[in-house]
Structure formats: C-alpha cells, structure tokens
Design a binder for this molecule. Structure first.
Ligand SMILES: Cc1cc2nc3c(=O)[nH]c(=O)nc-3n(C[C@H](O)[C@H](O)[C@H](O)COP(=O)(O)OP(=O)(O)OC[C@H]3O[C@@H](n4cnc5c(N)ncnc54)[C@H](O)[C@@H]3O)c2cc1C
Length: 441
C-alpha cells in the first residue's frame, strides 16, 4: 500500500515519482534505457519560452535520483505483473551494465580509454555524434554510471580487447565487471503508473522526403541535437554533407502523420510548435539565413502559441507556406522542394531540410501493455477507462497512464499528468488502506 511503481523516467514519470516520494510513498522507478530524462533531455530549447531544456530537467533528474524514497532501476524492464490494486507483484529484469554502480565514481576514465571511442553512432545524438563501446549516454546522464554496449565491445564481438580490456585497466576503483549477469527482482507495489512516452517514425519509409538517401535531410530530433551546445557540433548549425552553415533551410510539417491512406490519421500535437521553435533558433544562430516552414494548417491551441508563431513571422522573418511537398536532391546535395501555391507548381532550392515526423507510442509499447493487461487504441496509445472523467485511469484498476504514451502532448501537459496521477494513486491507496482497516476492525 505504501509502494508505487513508475514505468518510464521521462519528464512525466519523473514528476509522478517526485510527487509520490514527497508524500512519503516508496517509489520504484523502472527505466529501460541506461539513464532517466527521456526525450526532453534531447531537446535544445522548449517552446514557447525558449528556455534551455536540460537546465530545467537536470535538477529534477538529480532530485529524483537522490530522493530517499525513490529507488531507481535504470537499464531495466518489466517482464511480469500479477495481482490487483493494492497488491501487485512485479518482476523486473535488470540488464548488466558491466559497471558496478556501487563502486563507480563517474570519473569517465574508462570512457576515455575505450579503444572504440568516437567510432560508434550515438543514439542520444540521433546518430549524428559518436561514442565508444563504453559510454555515458550524455553529459548529464542520471545515474552517472557508464554502460558497456555489448553489440560493439571488442571483448564480446572479437573475444578480446588488447591484452586486457582498456576500460578495466583505466578504472582505479575496479568498477568494470564483465562477469555481471542479468538479474530478475520482484517488487510488491500498490499501484502502477505507466509513462513510457514516444518514438518518432523512421521517415526513410516515406520516399517523397528522401530521408536516408539525401544527405541534408534530417529529422527534427536530429536538428535539436545539432543546434544544442552539448550536441555533436557544439551547437554550430552545420549541414551533414559538407559541414557548411546552411543559408536556406526548410522545415516540413506532418511527415507521416495525418495520413488516412497510411492509417496514421492522428496529429502529433507538438510539431507545429516545435518546428516554429526550431525555425526561430536558426535565426538566432544564423541571422542571415532564410527559413521556410511548409505546413498543412497550424495547430497552436496552447497559451501563447499563436503569439509565438506571429513572432516567428513578424520578428524573425520566417516564411510560412501552406503546401505538401516533394523533395529532390541536386548533385551538390542541395534540395529542391516542389510545392503548390494557390494551384501553381513552385520550386524552392534550400541547403537543408528538417522533417517533423509522426510521433508514436514506443515500439515495444504493445508488449508492455500486454504484460500489464491494459488496453491500447489502434495506434498503440494507452486507452483511458473514461476519457472525460477518469482520463488517467486504465481499464485495470490501480494502473494509470500519463504523458505521451497516452496521447500526443507537450512537456507542461506531461508534467501536469504526472502530478495528477500521483494524486490519483495517493487517493486510491488511502481508500484501499482505509477499507482494509475497516474490515479488520
Ligand atoms: C523534436 C521534438 C521537439 C520537441 N520540443 C518540445 C518543446 O519545445 N516543448 C514541449 O513542451 N514539448 C516538446 N516536445 C514534446 C516532448 O518531447 C514530450 O512532450 C515529452 O518528452 C513527453 O514526456 P514523456 O515523459 O511522456 O515521454 P518521454 O520523454 O518519451 O519519456 C519516456 C521514458 O520512458 C522510458 N521507457 C520507454 N519504454 C519503457 C519501458 N518499456 N520500460 C521502462 N521505461 C521505458 C524511455 O526510455 C523514456 O525515458 C518535442 C518533441 C519532439 C519530437
């Protein structure tokens, strides 16, 4: 009754965990990747205020990690759930990091020593940066403990790494442990909050945009990393083909979304705003650049959102064009955008294109939903028990869903839902406890 499981350590899960922990609940936060932070950690700035994303998130990540009532299981997954509200038994699989969290000081000597340092594409930088086989996912990762990528590490792929693994040699506290094995633990909790967020669609499956074939077509998440001071170029805006600063750049909305023919007719909800932010950031980095935004219709329902777009147009001179597009590549890797303006075919040559792709539930969301027994909609978003009156409750009493895994939403909404679910859980567990006491008495 006094323990709660939160699945997913993005901003929604962190908020839920902190609120519950502050109320005295024991919180188990299970995060699949080696660090908490979720997508917000990858963003440069946040709309509509252009605040630095990681500057807001990092203190919350640390507070969550250090909170005496939060136990974080990073690099871990849920493999089984049984029971009912008030008494769930949860099996958690802890994957081996090959680094002893208790001994590691986070000094990074192993990361520096890795023979593959700078050779493997970094997932956090969406493939634009490089890392070694032992690495910190990013500078502010929590916990600050590196992880060994078994798929690439020479010890696992070639059977040896020099005479002795370089990382092990470099570690003065003996934290590198290649004997670590998968471990399954069991938790007993009263309630569960699911906060597993989203994955973007891989746009290489949509031929008209040339992603994966044309060098200077990137996704919005790649752009966020490119423009970020802690990103692969140190925040310099460079196009991938030749490292030159783009002079003309286009942002394309609704890539893969709102397409009934492909069965993906929903709107990702944040793209109109995040690409407006990204367009503004071009002008802040390169004031002379020309910036174009291709859109279907603007969805700017939040507070201050319309004003933000008006500022983009009037203060920053960003040109908004209402049209679908087809993209072609020239020999110099410039892109020609073919579009339609009031019935007339037009062409526009740019140096770089940024795609705002469809955002979907995590690729393994269905698997987790099956383990939990919660219903999902046709796209894989978790279905509420009652959309109007109990939007965070699922069909399973005691299991709640918050943030992007429920429906597309921005950061403030995800935070609000994290707090709201914490309140729902406190109410539920208090009432179950009260009923239990009543029946005993
Ligand atoms: C390019 C881009 C720019 C954006 N810019 C803005 C912006 O400026 N302002 C704004 O308000 N919003 C912005 N957003 C939206 C914002 O990213 C989301 O609103 C926010 O990240 C949702 O938080 P979340 O916690 O629900 O999900 P996530 O951030 O996706 O976090 C989910 C967490 O759950 C973990 N997880 C997933 N599956 C499992 C599992 N099975 N078991 C355990 N853990 C799991 C993940 O590893 C992750 O840590 C942007 C989105 C994109 C794509």
């Amino acid at each position: 009754m006094h323990s709660v499981l939160v699945i997913g350590g993005g901003v929604a899960g962190i908020q839920a965990a902190l609120d519950l922990a502050d109320r005295g609940f024991q919180v188990y936060l299970v995060e699949k990747s080696p660090t908490i932070g979720g997508r917000m950690a990858q963003l440069d700035k946040t709309f509509p205020t252009n605040d630095c994303s990681i500057c807001i998130l990092a203190p919350k990540m640390i507070e969550c990690f250090r909170h005496p009532n939060v136990t974080l299981f990073s690099y871990s997954e849920i493999v089984g759930v049984e029971g009912v509200a008030g008494d769930f038994k949860v099996r958690v699989l802890r994957k081996p990091r090959y680094v002893d969290e208790a001994k590691c000081t986070g000094c990074g000597a192993c990361v520096e020593a890795c023979r593959l340092k700078g050779r493997i594409p970094n997932e956090f930088d969406e493939g634009l940066g490089r890392r070694g086989a032992i690495y910190f996912p990013f500078m502010q990762a929590v916990p600050r403990v590196p992880v060994v990528d078994k798929e690439h590490c020479l010890l696992f792929t070639k059977g040896k790494c020099g005479k002795q693994p370089a990382c092990k040699d470099a570690c003065e506290v003996g934290a590198i442990d290649f004997e670590q094995q998968e471990e399954e633990i069991e938790l007993n909790v009263g309630a569960i909050i699911v906060a597993t967020g989203f994955d973007p669609l891989d746009p290489s499956e949509l031929r008209e945009y040339g992603y994966g074939r044309f060098k200077n077509v990137i996704t919005a998440l790649q752009y966020e990393r490119l423009i970020c001071a802690s990103g692969p170029t140190g925040g310099r805006l460079q196009r991938p083909s030749d490292g030159k600063e783009p002079k003309r750049i286009a942002f394309i909305h609704c890539v893969g979304s709102r397409n009934p023919r492909a069965g993906r007719y929903y709107c990702s909800a944040v793209c109109c705003m995040h690409s407006t932010k990204e367009a503004i950031l071009v002008k802040e980095h390169c004031p002379d650049a020309e910036v174009f935004v291709f859109y279907r219709d603007m969805r700017a329902a939040g507070k201050g959102f319309t004003e933000y777009i008006e500022r983009a147009k009037n203060e920053y001179g960003i040109k908004y064009i209402r049209s679908d597009v087809v993209i072609e590549e020239k020999e110099n890797h410039n892109l020609v955008i073919r579009y339609d303006e009031r019935g007339r075919q037009r062409r526009l040559e740019v140096d770089m294109v940024v795609l705002s792709t469809l955002l979907m539930p995590r690729r393994d969301a269905k698997k987790l939903a099956t383990i939990l027994g919660v219903k999902t909609d046709e796209f894989g978003f978790i279905e509420p028990a009652d959309e109007l009156l109990r939007p965070l409750d699922t069909n399973v009493p005691g299991i709640f869903a918050v943030g992007f895994c429920r429906r597309p939403m921005d950061i403030p909404e995800s935070v609000a839902e994290g707090s709201a679910a914490a309140a729902r859980v406190s109410e539920l567990l208090a009432s179950l406890e009260w009923q239990g006491e009543g029946s005993e008495g």
